[in-house]
Design a binder for this molecule. Structure first.
Ligand code: FAD
Length: 450
């Protein structure tokens, strides 16, 4: 049995009471596969919209075992890779639509946390996307111009002086400032939402992997000690979706990593400032993102990512990345040299070839829906997607079901070995662009594995 508490600092931080696994055969209206943010939010919204439905969630390990219990805890508006990439791939109107959807997603998490009084160390502190090289300053300013041209409000450019007044780093040349962003403890959020969904009548089975999925007049899911016959099924399996052949061509699991230091001391804050405790990201393709935890540790994530041959999702550790992240933390905040890295972990996110999420019906069968491709930006998105999935299951046309990435066309990924080659070619291209953007000026990090 996998020890989930070692999978992230968050998952091991507070005691957790697991639900028993499914035993025997069940007949239900809706079976949801996967107990992350998406699966739990879908269960919640289904029970809200149609209280008489019998809704169950089947989770392989425990709720939050996947990305939902391991992420950086930024509830933010970023969709896909950048606004510019979305505008390039889908057009400006759709980039505006995506931003508005994401704004609603951040607001939704805010509302859920407050309405249900979920204890998840929630802090609505805003967001800085910092420029650490002249090339990144230009990239951010271009993105701000694009946002303005789309009529998106609330985002502004801070020059180097004003940025360093907020958070003092020798790397900062300016920043995108956006008030709409919260930081939180993701394991507490997903466990809190599990309780809320259960109070609404959803039933959650843990240690219940779905081993087989059979489509036919009835949908049948087989688990180690039982089976579920369902009228409708939701695949909320994110990066783990490649297990199901029906979803394999739509996404790849990409591994990303985090380090967490010991708590900062008052002398560190005297140097760095950071009184407003914003979430911070830089403008690389392989971003560095960082924030403070409720007990004032520095969490730093991002950098290089990995795709493992054959869609593997079980290789969570990557020591070279931890070393680069630690070096970066010292470069951003030299006064933290004396602070030890106390925890590190990793996990898979779901990536699509065009960096955009997709949700919708699985082919022509309106009984089956899925959600994939939230990349590293699914904390807020997966909650609103849960509401959209609930609309789709109930076959209700809403503003949410009309957004462009619902039932969208996608670029299919081939089988191995081509999948490995294509995915790594895309990752390498992104790496080369980061190297180029950092080859002059500040922000250059030593990426060797020494
Ligand atoms: C290290 C890391 C940092 C991140 N940081 C951020 C961040 O700061 N901000 C942000 O917005 N996003 C971030 N993300 C992304 C975000 O965490 C995800 O987009 C989001 O959690 C996806 O939620 P989900 O419910 O769709 O998937 P998951 O949380 O991955 O849930 C899928 C669940 O399905 C279960 N499952 C899989 N197969 C089966 C099966 N056969 N039977 C039953 N159950 C199954 C898994 O065990 C898992 O619990 C990060 C991700 C990682 C890995």
């Amino acid at each position: 049995m996998v020890d989930y508490s070692t999978k992230s600092f968050w998952l091991g931080l507070t005691p957790y009471q697991e639900n028993p696994p499914l035993q025997g055969e069940l007949r239900v209206d809706v079976a949801i596969i996967g107990g992350g943010f998406t699966g739990i939010a879908t269960a919640y919204f289904l029970k809200q919209a149609a209280p008489s439905l019998h809704v169950v969630v089947l989770e392989s390990h425990v709720v939050g075992f996947g990305a939902s219990g391991r992420n950086g805890g930024f509830s933010m508006t970023l969709f896909g890779l950048t606004m510019g990439t979305t505008a390039f791939r889908f057009g400006k109107d759709k980039a505006r639509q995506a931003q508005h959807y994401m704004e609603r997603a951040v607001d939704l998490v805010d509302q859920l946390v407050k309405e249900h009084n979920i204890d998840c160390d929630y802090e609505y502190n805003g967001f800085l996307r910092v420029a650490t090289t002249p090339a990144y300053a230009r990239r951010i300013q271009k993105e701000i111009k694009l946002a303005e041209s789309l009529g998106i409000e609330g985002i502004e450019w801070l020059d180097a002086k004003r940025t360093r007044e907020q958070v003092n780093s020798p790397l900062y040349l300016g920043a995108w400032r956006e008030p709409r962003c919260a930081i939180l403890n993701p394991a507490k959020l997903v466990r809190g939402m599990k309780k809320v969904a259960e109070q609404c009548g959803a039933v959650v089975y843990e240690r219940t992997p779905v081993q087989e999925y059979h489509s036919g007049p009835k949908l049948r899911l087989v688990t180690p000690q039982g089976a579920v016959i369902a009228d409708k099924v939701v695949f909320a399996t994110n990066a783990f979706s490649s297990f199901f052949p029906q979803l394999r061509s739509r996404q790849v699991p990409i591994h990303t990593h985090i380090i967490l230091t010991e708590p900062l001391r008052p002398e560190h804050f005297a140097e760095i400032g950071w009184q407003n405790r914003q979430g911070i990201e830089d403008a690389r393709n392989f971003v560095h993102y960082y924030r403070l935890t409720s007990d004032n540790r520095l969490l730093v994530g991002g950098e290089r990512t990995q795709y493992y041959y054959g869609n593997r999702t079980d290789i969570d550790e990557h020591r070279p990345t931890y070393r680069v992240l630690e070096r970066f933390a010292h470069q951003a905040y030299p006064c933290l040299q004396d602070l030890r890295v106390a925890h590190h972990w990793g996990g898979p996110v779901s990536g699509t070839l065009d960096f955009a999420p997709m949700i919708g019906y699985l082919g022509r069968d309106k009984r089956v829906v899925y959600s994939l491709g939230c990349m590293g930006h699914g904390v807020s998105l997966s909650h609103l997607n849960g509401q959209t999935l609930s609309d789709l299951i109930l076959e209700r046309q809403t503003e949410r079901t009309e957004v462009f990435f619902v039932n969208r066309r996608y670029i299919p990924l081939p089988a191995e070995p081509f999948r490995f080659a294509i995915t790594n070619a895309v990752l390498d291209l992104m790496r080369v662009q980061d190297w180029w953007d950092e080859s002059k000026g500040l922000g250059k990090v030593n990426h060797t594995d020494d």
